[in-house]
Design a protein around this ligand. Structure first.
Ligand SMILES: Nc1ncnc2c1ncn2[C@@H]1O[C@H](COP(=O)(O)OP(=O)(O)OP(=O)(O)O)[C@@H](O)[C@H]1O
Ligand SMILES: [Mg+2]
Length: 230
């Protein structure tokens, strides 16, 4: 589903290139749920943004569902992102003046899908994430956990090949965090959604199938939760 090969990235700050990621190689198979772990500044968000096509790597390749995204033009990449990639942000990134249902439908507005089908699909997803009764409210009328459920539904509406989440529970209390992780695990196990989740929380990582760990931009050996090396 996802193949990363010898991926490196540097940021240019003033006259200097600061290397942030060093020759990373790994794969994520369809239906996997992977936690990306590492201390602050280790390069987690940078790696996630590269994999989601939000920026171009300095070197190396990123292949999603058989497509080498680093080779795509900006227009093609934007289109590919809209149709193949879901993204969940720590801060939800919902649009304040749109209702919950309209927020979930938004990624489909750019595709030629009838309004009635958009609505149907949004309501089905809101049902699945447990907040169908909130569909006509605005984001500001929801709790943080509910807002993150909206953003999860929005990330799934295009039926993406893979969903990336950058600290999706970072703004939530422990109980709500556990509920959101339960939801993501349920979506993975019962709907087969492939997830890569950035987290600081070892508790979150403990519940995923596999861990990738970054240290200072280097990938440490991943390991399976049941103790087998992978
Ligand atoms: N746009 C940028 N320009 C220059 N340097 C950057 C930029 N974005 C990130 N960096 C640097 O890259 C390194 C990795 O940052 P990144 O945001 O990927 O870390 P992170 O692991 O997500 O950290 P956190 O857990 O705090 O979110 C940091 O040293 C950061 O300063
Ligand atoms: Mg980060």
């Amino acid at each position: 589903m996802l193949a990363i090969e010898r991926l490196s990235h540097s940021f240019r700050t003033g006259q200097e290139d600061t290397p942030v990621l060093h020759e990373l190689s790994f794969r994520v198979e369809q239906g996997e749920m992977v936690a990306l772990l590492g201390s602050s500044g280790s390069g987690k968000s940078t790696l996630l943004n590269l994999m989601a096509g939000l920026m171009k790597p300095t070197r190396g390749s990123i292949t999603i569902a058989g497509h080498a995204i680093e080779k795509m033009s900006e227009n093609r990449l934007a289109e590919f992102r809209r149709t193949h990639i879901g993204f969940i942000f720590q801060s939800y990134e919902l649009i304040a003046h749109l209702t919950v249902r309209e927020n979930v439908e938004l990624p489909l507005v750019f595709q030629s899908i009838a309004a009635s089908e958009r609505k149907q699909r949004a309501l089905a997803l809101l049902e699945q994430v447990g907040i169908r009764d909130k569909s006509d409210l605005f984001p500001s009328q929801l709790s943080g956990g509910q807002q993150q459920r909206v953003s999860i539904a929005r990330s799934l509406i295009t039926k993406p090949a893979i969903v990336f989440a950058d600290e999706p529970t970072g703004n939530l209390d422990t109980k709500t965090e556990a509920e959101i992780i339960d939801l993501l695990i349920d979506l993975n196990e019962n709907s087969g959604i492939t997830f890569v989740i950035v987290t600081h929380e070892h508790e979150v990582a403990r519940r995923t199938q596999r861990i990738l760990q970054l240290r200072d931009g280097y990938l440490l050996e991943g390991y399976e939760q049941d103790g087998e090396t992978g």
